[in-house]
Write a protein that binds this ligand. Structure first.
Ligand code: ADP
Ligand code: ADP
Ligand code: MG
Length: 647
């Protein structure tokens, strides 16, 4: 076994590889870009080497710099993770030429599978079923249109060098073919520097079922299938293993086809053979076709680990170090069912746009495996994939594993960036998905209901108000409490464009009553969040926003009370508290002469300090509060002397 390996990647996959290496006694070297100097993978590794600027081409894609780092640190092997250099055969050649081991397949195996057209031809020869289509060299538009006609519509145009769903167009009718061809070629040229395409039959009600394979360069085994049919724009969203409805007969047929594919190219290490499956009439052993092979560890590998008990990264290291396959086919079996959900920083209402932000708060439940490359305080930067974590659950049955996923998502808390958490939660409650009746179009068909935000409940609004005044006990448990009777404070919150005006009064330590419209709610702060109307609601106020966690997480904005104050008029004689808060400091006393904009009082609210300033020049008549006082919104704080009329 190696003494030391270098991990040529970042984020969750680098962290995940480091954990297994450490458990095997193998030391690790991380590499990092300028943007990742403080990243988790750097902290977890035994050693870390800076390799360049934040753009991937200046760091994580610089094979020469990475190989030099391995040689200088005495690492014997390089693990590429996924993405970046993982499927680059020239990098594999360079690693080998430097006398190092590439933890993955040979350059020739990667080349054989690198282009979809050549891979399909090879698989056809090896007796693996391939989607009917045209994979030839003639790229003339008229020829391709003729091929489409012969295949029969609908057809799919695919970039031969494609990946990540790019350069792919579904064409339903001959009239649309030329436009689709042009845009697919344009996208392929930009993304992959290769505009060649293939045309294939579009399978209706398609399911994406892939088989995990593992080879030692000569022999290969399969570790069963994963169903990745829950996709949005050809990108996987939730994956599971085994596939719902899979029969022993079809599993054997798919497994044998995948192993044939791996053996045909002398595959070494972990790989995935992706198949498209016709799900229109149940799963049939003659209804699956080879799509492509991913010659690397896959993002969704943990679901296979969960049902087989195999640590795939451990296997990768053992086989790369020269051991044979750790288990034979007959020693492998499936236990239970597993799901993985990909948690991303993305703006779902804005059309799933990637989002950025500093994660001011991050919590994963310990009821799920959470593979993450970030911690609270870290930034989701625009430089890399905005994945925050993968949540993986396992159970004795599909229903149990899915329930666990639903609960794990509801118990996950993220603040500081918008996420797809609510969307993932909605998916776990989708009736068709629950019953295992899914295909790759499920999300698109139900996108409206899956992304609809339910109305906020009175309980949620009451808890949000309690957060705003700091009732979570993080500051003073008696904040806002008055022995002379409840002081009512106004709190205004924005949910998108909807304003909610609430009133709250502290009634004791960590207790308050809140009026929401005509309803009144008693809120108690406790260990699990806030208890209201017989249920727990978890929430936090962070930097001017209230984050409601749970099954349908939401972010509410606090209406900026300072802007309301300004609307009261610049000539006002009284300075009022614009929001409920704690008086932290008073800078003036009766008789002081102040200029316009002079600092008068500092008020702490929403865990931020707000400085209240004089709206005009004048003389202070009276200071009505002292530092340490808890004040309601609208409380007079400082009185200016009346302005003398000129002349
Ligand atoms: P899967 O999800 O099936 O493992 P993906 O196609 O989604 O495969 O790719 C896995 C990861 O690799 C993703 O994080 C993606 O961002 C990254 N990736 C895919 N293609 C490339 C590429 N050409 N260059 C860099 N990263 C890539
Ligand atoms: P990529 O390299 O971008 O991952 P794939 O060939 O693996 O490209 O296809 C990506 C996705 O597109 C699949 O997971 C599936 O949802 C859909 N797809 C691909 N081929 C077909 C087909 N022939 N019929 C229907 N859907 C397909
Ligand atoms: Mg694919």
């Amino acid at each position: 076994m190696f003494d030391k390996i270098l991990i040529a990647n970042r984020g969750e996959i680098a962290c995940r590889i480091i954990r297994t290496a450490r458990s095997m006694g193998v030391r690790t070297v991380a590499v990092y870009s300028d943007a990742d100097a403080q990243a988790l993978h750097v902290e977890l590794a035994d050693q870390a080497i800076h390799i360049g600027g934040p753009a991937p081409r200046d760091s994580y894609l610089r094979g020469d710099v990475i190989i030099r780092a391995a040689l200088e640190t005495g690492a014997q092997a390089i693990h590429p993770g996924y993405g970046f250099l993982s499927e680059n055969p020239d990098f594999v050649d360079a690693v080998t030429a430097a006398g190092l081991v590439f933890i993955g397949p040979s350059a020739s195996a990667i080349r054989a599978m690198g282009l979809k057209d050549a891979a399909k031809a090879l698989m056809h020869k090896a007796g693996v079923p391939v989607v009917p289509g045209y994979h030839g060299a003639d790229q003339g538009p008229a020829h391709l249109a003729g091929a489409a006609e012969a295949i029969g519509y609908p057809v799919l145009i695919k970039a031969v060098a494609g990946g990540g769903g790019k350069g792919m167009r579904l064409v339903n009718a001959p009239a649309d073919f030329m436009d689709a061809l042009e845009s697919a070629k344009g996208e392929a040229a930009t993304a992959f520097g290769n505009d060649a395409v293939l045309v294939e039959k579009y399978i209706t009600k398609p399911r994406h079922i892939e088989v995990q394979v593992f080879g030692d360069g000569v022999d290969a085994v399969h570790l069963f299938e994963r169903d990745c049919s829950l996709q949005r724009r050809h990108q996987k969203v939730i994956e599971e293993a085994p596939a719902p409805g899979m029969t022993a007969e079809m599993r054997a047929a798919m497994g044998q086809a995948a192993v044939r594919a791996a053996r045909a190219i002398g595959y070494a290490g972990a790989g995935t053979v992706e198949f498209i499956v016709d799900g229109s009439d149940g799963l049939r052993p003659d209804g699956f076709w080879f799509m492509e092979m991913n010659t690397r560890l896959q993002v969704e590998h943990p679901v296979t680990e969960a049902i087989t008990g195999v640590d795939l990264v451990e296997w990768q290291l053992r086989v790369a170090a020269g051991e044979g396959l750790p288990l034979r086919q007959q020693d492998l079996s499936i236990t239970g069912h597993a799901f993985e959900a990909r948690l991303y920083a993305e703006d779902v209402p804005a059309g799933f746009l990637p989002a950025t932000g500093r994660l001011s708060h991050l919590h994963f439940p310990d009821t799920a495996r959470s593979d993450s490359g970030v911690r609270a305080g870290d930034e989701i930067s625009p430089w890399y994939d905005p994945m925050i974590a993968k949540l993986v659950t396992h159970g004795a049955s599909r229903a149990i594993a899915l329930k666990r996923l639903e609960r794990a998502l509801a118990a996950t808390e993220v603040a500081g960036a918008v996420t797809n958490l609510a969307f993932l939660g909605a998916l776990t409650r989708d009736a068709a998905f629950r019953s295992g009746d899914m295909d790759t179009g499920l999300i698109e068909r139900n996108i409206t209901s899956l992304t609809r935000e339910p109305d906020l409940t009175g309980q949620e609004l009451a808890v949000a108000a309690a957060c705003v005044i700091g009732l979570d006990g993080l500051s003073d448990p008696l904040a806002g409490f008055s022995l002379t009777g409840p002081i009512w404070q106004d709190v205004s919150l924005m949910d998108g464009t909807d304003a909610h005006d609430l009133r709250i009064a502290v009634t004791g330590p960590l207790r308050a009553i809140v009026t929401v419209g005509g309803d009144e709610f008693a809120v108690n702060a406790g260990a699990q969040g806030f208890h209201v109307a017989g249920a727990w609601v978890r929430a936090r106020a962070i930097a001017g926003h209230v984050h409601l966690f749970g099954a349908t997480p939401r972010i509410l904005g606090l209406v900026d009370p300072l802007s309301r104050q300004e609307a009261l008029g610049a000539g006002a004689d009284v300075v009022l508290a614009p929001m409920p808060g704690l008086v932290k400091a008073v800078f003036v006393a009766a008789g002081y002469t102040v200029d316009k904009a002079a600092r008068l009082v500092v008020l702490e609210a929403m865990k931020m300090e707000h400085t209240l300033v004089a709206a005009r020049a004048g003389v202070i008549a009276e200071v009505l509060v002292q530092p340490g006082a808890q004040v309601a919104a609208g409380t007079p704080l400082v009185q200016l002397q009346e302005q003398q009329e000129e002349g």
